[in-house]
Design a binder for this molecule. Structure first.
Ligand code: UD1
Ligand code: UDP
Length: 372
């Protein structure tokens, strides 16, 4: 008898990282695989679903402008219950550290299904950084039966918390599976309108790419980030391109402070293929994103991370990622040093990939075959 697998995700990064997992399970005849999106994100999620041609079976369509964690969590728990009742999966796969991940895992547990956690074992052990993601991934880890860790370090974290070794598989990060597919697809696309537009916007200039959306940076953190970008823009001859996250807590301060600067280009969040092109085109990436910290080392791009701490120490240890926090001087100095100091730039831009070989999804399927 075929087993039922339900894959649940809701935000842009989960969709990117679960797309290869969905494809790997759907290729396998032993499983009936269905996808449930919570719609925690909407436009930013739909961009990814369309790029990877993912067929969605259940769409809870939950996003509300300026949503709060409490109502979103309860809506996901109830919404996923309906899907559990309709599909009765043997295994529910969730990803990472979002509200969708934890609430869906809890809902699946209440309904009696096994839970598999993709990208398991990342930790800062600081409950408030990143907020609420650190607590989300710890909670999802407690609910999970199977833990798919991207690296050995993540596995060690889980072992130290008492997770049994047999329940953990070190697979690599599925983001590399997605990245490889994305990079291959870009090579074969000619005259992509989004990429052509980016070519026009950037011309022959050097490019600094910026993204940011962490909740713990809302308020003063974002004000400081914008002050730092202003200072950099006055000393940088190239273009600063910033695809601005749709969260109003990000849109408002960023648009207010940066919209009038000549060499700062504020644009909407980009579809994955355009964003990959832009990362490749950039000299330096300044971000607080988790996924970008994993992708950039593969592309040989130096990343300055606007956070105090990271759950992704591998690239920091390899020297391609450096933490600068949200301190204005540290951000400005970090960027200017990289622009001026060729040796430092060269050290940080050496291509290195601690996060996988593009076969993580296949390993997840193989583990499930043996253990479900
Ligand atoms: C969420 C995740 C975060 C993840 C990030 C990836 C939680 C608590 N946060 O943060 O872990 O790193 O996604 O980007 O799970 N919005 C839109 N359209 C979209 C997406 C968002 O308009 O397609 C706006 C809406 O007003 C929405 C708000 O952004 O209410 C916040 O979205 P939410 O998912 O709650 O938080 P993020 O900051 O996106
Ligand atoms: N990304 C994208 N378009 C953008 C910005 C980011 O496709 O305009 C991709 C990026 O390549 C990475 C993921 O989105 O794979 C990261 O998402 P985000 O920073 O929102 O979330 P996090 O990884 O911090 O949870």
């Amino acid at each position: 008898m075929k087993k039922n697998i339900l894959i649940v995700f809701g935000t842009r990064p989960e969709a990117i990282k679960m797309a290869p997992v969905v494809k790997a399970f759907r290729r396998h005849s032993a499983y009936t695989t269905k996808v449930c999106v919570t719609g925690q994100h909407r436009e930013m999620l739909d961009q990814v679903i369309s790029f990877f041609d993912l067929e969605v079976d259940f769409d809870l369509n939950l996003m509300k402008p300026g949503q709060n964690l409490h109502s979103l969590t309860s809506a996901i728990i109830s919404g996923v219950k309906e899907v559990m009742d309709a599909f009765m999966p043997d295994l529910v796969l969730v990803h990472g550290d979002t509200t969708t991940s934890t609430a869906a895992a809890l809902s699946a547990f209440y309904s009696g299904a096994k839970v598999g956690h993709v990208e398991a074992g990342l930790r800062t052990y600081n409950k408030y950084a990143p907020f609420p993601e650190e607590m989300n991934r710890q909670l999802t880890g407690r609910l999970a039966d199977f833990h798919f860790s991207p690296t050995e370090k993540a596995k060690i974290n889980l072992l130290s918390e008492g997770v049994s070794e047999g329940a953990i598989s070190v697979t690599g990060n599925t983001v590399i599976d997605a990245l490889m597919e994305g990079v291959e697809r870009i090579k074969n696309i000619e005259n992509h309108p989004g990429i052509e537009r980016l070519k026009q916007l950037t011309g022959d200039n050097e490019v600094i790419l910026i993204t940011g959306h962490r909740r713990e940076n809302f308020g003063q953190g974002f004000n400081d980030i914008c002050t730092a970008i202003k200072k950099i823009s006055s000393q940088f001859k190239g273009k600063i391109v910033y695809p601005v996250h749709l969260n109003p807590n990000v849109q408002d301060p960023v648009n207010k402070s940066l919209r009038d600067l000549d060499n700062v280009i504020l644009i909407e969040p980009l579809p994955y293929e355009s964003f990959l092109w832009l990362m490749n085109r950039s000299k330096i990436i300044l971000t607080d994103s988790g996924g970008i910290q994993e992708e950039a080392p593969s592309l040989g791009k130096p990343v300055l991370v606007m956070r105090e701490t990271t759950e992704r120490p591998e690239a920091v240890e390899a020297g391609t990622v450096k933490l600068v926090g949200t301190d204005v001087d540290k951000i400005v100095t970090g960027v200017l040093e990289l622009l001026k100091n060729n040796e430092l730039y060269h050290q940080m831009s050496t291509s290195y990939n601690p996060y996988g070989d593009g076969k993580a999804s296949q390993r997840i399927v193989e583990f499930v075959e043996k253990n479900l």
